[in-house]
Design a protein around this ligand. Structure first.
Ligand code: AHR
Length: 506
């Protein structure tokens, strides 16, 4: 089948904030214990950080990591996680029914994130706790010294403040599963109060208020409007969370999930704009999609399997090739919404619904979903273009016509680089694509990469870590007369990289 695409230098969606390629480490399952931290592992450094995992995290290119939860944070006392490790208490983590030994805590995370090349996004407990614990944590982290909490940090061996910029005001506060669940009015009031206190300590912080935990909850989207009615002026972003899955084993329908993601972003933007209008505000609320991924191979009920142990194997989804294609479509959707989505976190990073898996005492490997994320974080920079796609479509039960070809384009004019990301959703037919490069007629193809040809249910394992991996396609795309032509295999994720004439002549 044939498809036509168009970009034009003058039509752009928005600047791509590199924090759109963030991820998430929660004290959950083996994300921390047996994931990033495993003293005694052959690759562990003197602090117990697994070097093999750090190398994969750096390769993946994650500029932002959200921490320490998730549901975990809503009954977590941060004070337990600092100071001499041997004095830290073992606590029951009520969110995941595990034991939290607190041997890896706040200052360890900050050291790990710096080695991973990532900025922290710190979540505050607004479940069992409130403004007081939040303001103390911000003082501990960001105040230079000369006060109780900042001096405590210094006494813990951390002389310079962490200067953490990005803070989440709680997590999924409308969720019936949440310890400390709140009504929109209760939460909006608390977010307002906590934000006010935090900003007095550090006016440079950026604050994220909780949106609904998921679009399916009956509180959506009234929650968004009611929460923002209370705290619109005090916060910088509203959060979105969404997970996708092929529960009915219907691949075309599953590949259409990204359409739902786009509609969700549009609805949340509308709810924010309603609050803006009501407030007569000049400020447009930006979005933080700080939990997104495929998650359905395992469920949150896992937490009852090995209760009250340290680092139990929870939510360890083994991702298939079809999951990687869906993650590719979700990345394309995020890129098409960069006017509103400035922060996004693939949930999560290691072992727990993650692109990187480890065996305790054994190897670390790349899951199938590692690759589309790696390509987007490595090449999806600059400005997201307002791409037009004219493609044959199929009928989805939920979304009506869904184009077989899904695509986004990112252009970094300073670097002279462009990346086109495309998924062919057809199970059987190639797409012969022609893309008109308005304003970029002289650019040429540098590289074409594809993830294709695998069994949709294929997974990568420690024994066969490369079953699903990308390949470079030589001569698979070319530009002539300002038109990029390429053929996209059925069920494929594709990256076509171009460069400007100026760059190629260097
Ligand atoms: O990412 C797993 C869990 O999903 C998080 O703890 C929670 O915020 C969400 O419900």
């Amino acid at each position: 089948m044939k498809a036509r695409l168009l970009i034009d230098r003058d039509f752009r969606v928005g600047t791509i904030d590199s924090r759109m390629y963030g991820s998430f480490i929660e004290h959950l399952g083996r994300a921390v214990y047996g994931g990033i931290y495993e003293p005694g592992h052959p690759s562990a450094d003197e602090r117990g950080f697994r070097r093999d995992v750090l190398a994969l995290v750096r390769e993946l290119g994650v500029p932002l990591v959200r921490y320490p939860g998730g549901n975990f944070v809503c009954s977590f006392d941060w004070e337990d996680s600092v100071g001499p490790a041997e004095k830290r208490p073992r606590r029951l983590d009520l969110a995941w029914r595990s034991v939290e030994p607190n041997s890896f805590g706040l200052n360890e995370f900050m050291a790990w994130a710096s080695q991973a090349g990532a900025e922290p996004m710190m979540a505050l407990n607004l479940g069992t706790r409130g403004t007081d614990a939040a303001r103390n944590l911000v003082e501990y982290c960001n105040h230079p010294g000369g006060s109780y909490w900042s001096d405590l940090r210094i006494s813990h061996g951390v002389r310079e403040p962490h200067n953490i910029k990005l803070w989440c005001l709680g997590n999924e506060m409308d969720g019936p599963w949440q310890i400390g669940q709140k009504t929109a009015d209760e939460y909006g009031r608390l977010a307002y109060d906590a934000a006010k206190a935090i900003r007095r300590i550090d006016p440079k912080v950026e604050l994220v208020a909780c949106g609904s935990s998921m679009a399916a909850l009956p509180t959506f989207p009234d929650w968004e409007a009611a929460v923002l009615d209370r705290c619109y002026d005090e916060v910088d972003y509203l959060s979105l969370h969404s997970y996708y899955g092929n529960k009915a084993d219907d691949l075309p329908e599953y590949l259409a999930d990204s359409v739902g993601m786009g509609e969700f972003i549009d609805s949340v933007s509308s709810a924010c704009d309603f609050a803006k209008a009501k407030k007569r505000s000049r400020k447009t609320m930006m979005l933080s999609f700080d939990e997104w991924n495929v998650w359905f191979h395992t469920g949150a009920d896992d937490m009852h399997l090995a209760p009250w142990t340290v680092g139990p194997p929870l939510l360890e989804d083994a991702y298939t090739f079809e999951d990687a294609l869906v993650v590719g479509c979700l990345l394309i959707t995020l890129l098409k919404h960069t006017d509103r989505v400035k922060i996004a976190c693939l949930a999560q990073l290691i072992n727990v619904i993650a692109p990187i898996s480890t065996a305790n005492g054994g190897p670390a490997w790349r899951q199938t979903i590692f690759y589309p994320f790696l390509h987007a974080s490595r090449y999806g920079h600059g400005v997201s273009m307002d791409i037009r796609v004219d493609s044959p479509a199929y009928e989805s039960k939920r979304f009506g016509p869904v184009p077989y070809l899904d695509a986004a384009a990112a252009v970094d004019e300073d670097a002279g680089e462009m990346a086109v990301f495309a998924v062919n959703r057809s199970l059987s037919e190639s797409v012969e694509a022609e893309m008109r490069l308005g304003g970029y007629e002289s650019w040429s193809v540098v590289e074409r990469i594809e993830l294709a040809g695998a069994d949709p249910k294929a997974v990568n394992t420690s024994a066969r870590p490369e079953t699903v991996s990308p390949r470079r396609v030589d001569g698979g795309a070319s530009v002539e007369g300002g038109v990029l032509r390429t053929s996209l295999a059925p069920l494929s994720w594709n990256v076509i990289r171009l460069e400007s004439a100026r760059r190629s002549s260097r």
